[in-house]
Design a binder for this molecule. Structure first.
Ligand code: F6R
Length: 262
């Protein structure tokens, strides 16, 4: 079912798989639009457990004949410091789940470089913002949401006008991502992330959240005050935003009890 919260559209699906297929549809529809085809669509992309099924679906669509050759991608974030080919890096994640299986030319793939020495990160962040602008801006920004309400790696109290930068990760975030590193103490302490201001400049935003661990964050994001203490709540200031949820993530919302049937 779909529900409006102000200008925000929330769709609760019968399952995460159904929502992920819908997210893949949005991307495929976007790259098929004549305007996007003419200049090449630009996607902002997340990593994490949430979007894995969306990438699986996109790879299947590619194998069925859809080309991504005109698409440019910008990832939201990357740990710092981290080797480019480290198993826990988001660069590795993207290759494993998406980039190695589709036909996007490598020069059109952008991921913050977590292997740079700290003194070069600020210039790299400025270049990242510049590359987004040079691509014409992000047409569709796909986002997951942290259990503490973070978006990208913009942790609670991140400024709403923040840009791509080096940030310190919260303990909860390092705990949530411990499995990829073999323990929370092995998760890097910092990350490079697009800022909230950067994210909000995307022309359209699509937020995915599944499972009970996201229910409190979704409730705060959609029903609480719009405030930097819950970065995801700032998404409600965007005019073209849609949340795709499963019933568990929507459990704290008044959605009338229905769900989109698969
Ligand atoms: C990852 C990112 C993060 C994740 C969030 C949820 O690129 O930007 O904000 O979307 O931490 O992670 P999962 O999907 O693993 O629950």
């Amino acid at each position: 079912m779909a529900r409006e919260y102000g200008d925000v559209r929330v769709r609760v699906f019968s399952s995460a798989d159904h929502a992920l297929r819908c997210a893949a549809d949005r991307i495929v529809d976007l790259i098929a639009e004549p305007a996007a085809q003419a200049r090449g669509a630009t996607l902002g992309l997340p990593t994490g457990r949430t979007p894995i099924g969306m990438y699986r679906e996109l790879v299947a669509r590619h194998r069925a004949g859809i080309s991504f050759a005109g698409v440019t991608t910008f990832n939201l974030d990357e740990y710092h410091p981290i080797a480019r080919d480290a198993a826990g890096s988001f660069r590795h994640f993207m290759r494993e789940h998406f980039h190695d299986h589709v036909d996007i030319p490598p020069r059109q793939i952008h991921i913050p470089d977590g292997s740079l020495p700290a003194e070069r990160v600020a210039a790299h962040c400025r270049e990242y913002e510049q590359a987004i602008r040079a691509s014409g801006g992000i047409d569709l920004q796909v986002l997951g949401i942290g259990s503490n309400g973070h978006i990208g790696f913009n942790e609670p109290a991140s400024p709403r006008d923040s840009r791509t930068r080096l940030v310190e990760l919260h303990g909860q975030t390092r705990l949530d991502n411990a499995a990829a590193f073999g323990g929370p103490e092995l998760v890097p302490r910092h990350a490079i992330t697009m800022g909230i201001g950067t994210i909000l400049e995307g022309r359209a935003l699509l937020v995915l959240a599944f499972g009970a661990a996201k229910a409190a964050a979704m409730r705060a994001a959609l029903l609480g005050p719009i405030d930097e203490s819950v970065p995801a709540s700032l998404l409600r200031t965007h005019r073209q935003i849609e949340f795709l949820l499963d019933p568990a993530a929507a459990a704290g919302l008044d959605t009338g009890g229905g769900a989109v049937s698969a």
